[in-house]
Design a binder for this molecule. Sequence first.
Ligand code: CAA
Ligand code: NAD
Length: 309
Amino acid sequence: MAFFTHQVCRGFSSSAVRNVVIKNVTIIGGGQMGAGIAQIAASTGHSVTLVDTNEDILKKAVKGIEGNLRRVVKKKFADKPEAGEEFIQKTLQNMSTSTDAGSAAQSSDLVVEAIVENLKVKQDLFGGLDKLAPAHTIFASNTSSLSVTDIASSTNRLDRFGGLHFFNPVPMMKLVEVIATSATSQETFDSLVNFSKKIGKTTVSCKDTPGFIVNRLLVPYIMEAIRMYERGHGSKEDIDIAMKLGCGYPMGPFELSDYVGLDTMKFIMDGWSEANPDNPLFGQSEVVNKLVAEGKWGKKTGEGFYKYK
Ligand code: CAA
Ligand code: NAD
């Protein structure tokens, strides 16, 4: 029953560092989540460094951010195109990119990680950064399903470590789940909440339990839809239509899986099913395993349950 027993209460360990005002932010991972977080942080006046493993990914990320800023501006500045262009240019000026996470972290008040959903990879990243970042720097993970406590255990700044769980697409989704472990200090938690509000989000406070609030409810629902399809009880198209028109959801479960990324969905389910082999809610899906093995990871690779242009 390890699943339900990791961190369920927030402690208030004394911190050497008081409430940190966050100005300089490093975002690690320039994929769909990291790029979105960088976009909103830069557009709200923060100085942002976006980090990934190579320049090509970073170029693609910045191009995507510029495209998404244009979508925002088209609506927000519909009658003021010049002000819209100024907003775009200011936002882009607030951003830089790097392939060196360590040097970026050296001048950051906050480091937010949005890399692959793998505990060891996240631990290695933060363990290394912990030696380089200033004492006051807060670390946060955007993990969907892992224990923040486990990720933080690779560092010596347990009181300055929390979770900031954003939702996809970041510029559009209003929520951030703020996660405190039992070691996260009150100052750190407050700084994370203040930062989230400053970038325009509504926050909810979450315990460090698997999936926090949203994914603990959303992922089993999506997986049950996939199992329904595997049993032949509905086509994926009909299930998607049913949930959109019957429940008012903006996307059906298959569209949403493709949007999240089937690789990420599989990482989540693999972790949860390993920790809870007897819980049918977390059972594996052969269809998802096959699609992931074929490189059909959803919208980001051009094909998942559906095909994309
Ligand atoms: N950036 C900026 N603006 C965007 C945008 C983006 N990435 N995506 C959409 N928009 C804006 C644009 O203004 C867009 O208009 P244009 O196309 O003219 O530019 C407008 O929204 C409408 O967008 P769409 O026509 O593409 O479609 P839509 O009205 O259906 O909205 C959506 C798109 C917001 C993604 C909506 O379909 C939706 O809310 N889907 C559900 C998303 C969801 O559930 N996310 C949570 C996933 S779970 C998760 O994230 C947690 C996890 O750990 C896995
Ligand atoms: P993604 O595959 O789109 O992007 C991940 C990026 O991280 C890639 O560009 C990759 O090159 C980079 N990366 C991997 N290892 C790295 C490292 N060591 N250093 C620097 N960069 C590295 O994935 P995503 O959908 O953006 O998800 C990222 C994280 O956010 C995951 O933990 C995921 O669970 C979480 N998350 C995803 C969603 C979603 O809907 N996709 C929503 C909320 C949270």
